[in-house]
Design a protein around this ligand. Structure first.
Ligand SMILES: Nc1ncnc2c1ncn2[C@@H]1O[C@H](COP(=O)(O)OP(=O)(O)OP(=O)(O)O)[C@@H](O)[C@H]1O
Ligand SMILES: [Mg+2]
Length: 347
């Protein structure tokens, strides 16, 4: 066991947490989820993947906790416990010198929220003055190999579980950005609401996500498909099944897709002309799990009449980017290219 812990890149997401360890790559990729006792919630039963396996099969005395929502820490103690668990799993515990880390945060978070992230990271064993925060779209841009330090404009749209963050990046910094509380989780909620309204039926989050994965599309599908969904009748309270079609799922998802499009337009309208020209040439890069919604890239491309590219491995771009920045941290700092870091006290 080495004495000095390796540098890490951490993407603490609403839906998934990933940790990139220097020389190893992504070693943690687990849901940001815990299962805890309902009474005196301090007894944690399972974290991450193990908690997911338990989900839906939990007894009445335990409860599932997603400690982040809309990209932010909502349950501080649970986030702390979860991050500590993942860090131990990633690099072990018996290190004399604690690790340095680059960690992602949403654009435009408040100083209080930033402090919460720092505190949770310190609890998880990261050296306090060696934790650097970087905005998610910047990390994602690095993760998908865009020339973020060059004097050209690159555009990234990170569509996660809880947030969509669109940004134009140039010369090592974010030039224009827009962050909205829209993502995969809201898409699932839109399906739940639709099924409630059209079928008088209540379905669970997991079911809604399964429907989204099976039939979800940002454009109408050429061939209509259908799936059976199980839920509870809202009038009789009895278990019920209904058949939902791809057209119906498309309808349910149209508002979330429009909101994502509006965020991208907002950024483009505020992008200086030269950089906008670069983006027109190199295209809009989509990252994050939500970007994998079928035909979302085509929908955005046709609405804006611009090239749109879905990143390879979109769910890992932010963690890979944070990891690469951690790898090169000293070099970037030395050559004065660390202005992308969001430090304490900075607005
Ligand atoms: N093939 C797919 N089609 C549609 N949505 C998908 C697909 N695969 C994953 N998702 C959605 O992606 C979301 C998770 O993405 P990701 O892991 O990037 O989010 P996150 O980083 O945890 O969230 P955030 O960055 O907003 O805090 C989930 O809501 C999931 O349902
Ligand atoms: Mg994310």
């Amino acid at each position: 066991m080495a004495i000095v812990a390796p540098d890490v890149g951490i993407d603490l997401g609403t839906a998934n947490t990933q940790i990139y360890v220097k020389k190893k790559g992504i070693v943690i990729n687990e849901p940001s989820l815990l299962v805890a006792d309902r009474e005196g919630r301090h007894t944690v039963r399972a974290i991450g993947e193990e908690a997911r396996v338990m989900l839906g099969r939990t007894s009445a005395d335990v409860t599932a906790v997603w400690p982040l929502s809309d990209g932010m820490i909502r349950d501080f103690e649970m986030t702390q416990a979860m991050l500590q668990f993942f860090m131990r799993k990633a690099i072990g515990v018996s290190r004399l010198v604690k690790p340095r880390a680059i960690m992602t945060i949403p654009c435009r978070v408040s100083p209080i929220e930033r402090r919460a992230v720092r505190k949770a990271a310190a609890y998880a064993g990261i050296r306090e003055n060696q934790l650097h925060l970087v905005e998610k779209p910047f990390a994602s841009a690095v993760g998908c190999g865009l020339p973020v330090f060059e004097p050209v404009g690159s555009m990234v749209v990170d569509i996660g579980g809880g947030t969509t963050e669109a940004a134009v990046i140039s010369l090592g910094g974010i030039v224009v950005s827009r962050s909205i509380r829209m993502g995969g989780v809201k898409m699932d909620e839109a399906i739940i609401t639709y099924v409630k309204r059209e079928f008088n039926m209540l379905i669970g989050e997991r079911t809604a996500e399964d429907v989204k994965m099976a039939l979800g599309s940002a454009l109408p599908m050429k061939e209509e498909r259908r799936v059976l969904v199980r839920g509870r009748d809202m009038i009789t309270n009895l278990p019920q099944t209904a058949e939902i079609s791809s057209t119906q799922v498309y309808e349910a998802l149209s508002a979330p897709c429009e909101a994502i499009l509006a965020a991208i337009q907002h950024v483009l309208e505020r992008t200086p002309p030269e950089l906008a020209g670069d983006v027109l040439k190199s295209g809009i890069h989509l990252t994050g799990g939500g970007a994998q919604l079928f035909a979302l890239d085509q929908y955005i491309a046709s609405e804006l009449d611009m090239p749109v590219l879905l990143a390879r491995d979109p769910m890992s771009c932010a963690a890979i980017g944070a990891g690469h920045l951690a790898d090169q941290f000293e070099l970037l700092h030395r050559i004065g290219k660390s202005s992308f870091l969001r430090e304490e006290g900075e607005e």
